[in-house]
Design a protein around this ligand. Structure first.
Ligand code: SAM
Length: 239
């Protein structure tokens, strides 16, 4: 049983390492899927990947749950701000994006400008520099458990995006999600929605549901597709 799990982990690492490149670092595909041009004036990006498999299902969920006129917040816009720019093009909303990595804030602002969208992009540790309340708050969370990612990045000679400001989700992968469930409801309107992007390979669905319940929140729906272990969990304050 343990052997099968370790073979699975190894296969996943290989897919992670080699499978993503041609797809997720393609400008052509990024334009086709998200309608966003991710080109930066100078080559100042740390990461060559414009998006990941969770970004895909968050895109779907945003189209279903965000309506014109709403106040919306993205946590962790990433280096390219793909979801924020995509959403700003699709909906007439008051949109704010926060990101903890200062250089990502700069690159996101540049991409928003290049794509001619009007969004507020702020450097912030989650809600620290954010005011007011929102109708929708979404986050493609860091969920990769530290050990999995540390091994992967170590084998590639380390990565600047690894660390507290990066993508990893602590020892279990659940730490940022736990914080999100604790803090986000305070900034959410009573009828608002939280949309959390998680990969159920790393963060099993049963535990996700327990944690939602444990915070007195409700699962509204799950947005996903059959072959993608990443899902967008739509969470509300009321049943
Ligand atoms: C998985 S990436 C998502 C990137 C992008 N939104 C996407 O969907 O492709 C998670 C992002 O959250 C950011 N992040 C991590 N902790 C954060 C925090 N406490 N406050 C704000 N952003 C954070 C990371 O720097 C990273 O850019």
């Amino acid at each position: 049983m343990q052997k099968a799990a370790s073979i699975n982990t190894r296969l996943l690492k290989i897919a992670f390492q080699w499978g993503r490149g041609p797809v997720m670092s393609s400008k052509l595909l990024t334009r086709a899927i998200f309608g966003v041009d991710p080109t930066l004036r100078r080559n100042k990006a740390r990461d060559k990947f414009f998006w990941d498999i969770t970004t895909l299902n968050l895109k779907k969920a945003l189209l279903i749950h965000v309506r014109d006129g709403q106040r919306v917040l993205e946590i962790g816009s990433g280096e390219y701000g793909i979801l924020t720019v995509f959403l700003a093009k699709k909906r007439k909303i008051d949109l704010t994006a926060v990101e903890i990595v200062p250089s990502f804030v700069d690159t996101c602002r540049e991409i928003a400008e290049n794509n001619r969208v009007n969004v507020r992009i702020i450097e912030s540790n989650m809600f620290e520099n954010v005011q007011g309340s929102f109708d929708v708050i979404f986050w493609n969370l860091p969920y990769v458990p530290t050990d999995f990612g540390a091994g992967f990045y170590k084998s590639k000679g380390g990565s600047p995006t690894f660390g507290p400001e990066g993508w990893h989700g602590g020892p279990t992968g659940f730490e940022p999600f736990d914080l999100f469930l604790k803090e986000a409801p305070k900034a959410l309107n009573d009828n608002g929605k939280l949309i959390a992007g998680l990969n159920t390979y790393f963060t099993p669905k049963s535990r996700i549901l327990e944690m939602i319940q444990g915070r007195g929140l409700f699962l509204n729906s799950v947005c996903g597709s059959a072959f993608n272990p990443s899902k967008a969990f739509v969470i509300t304050k009321r049943p």
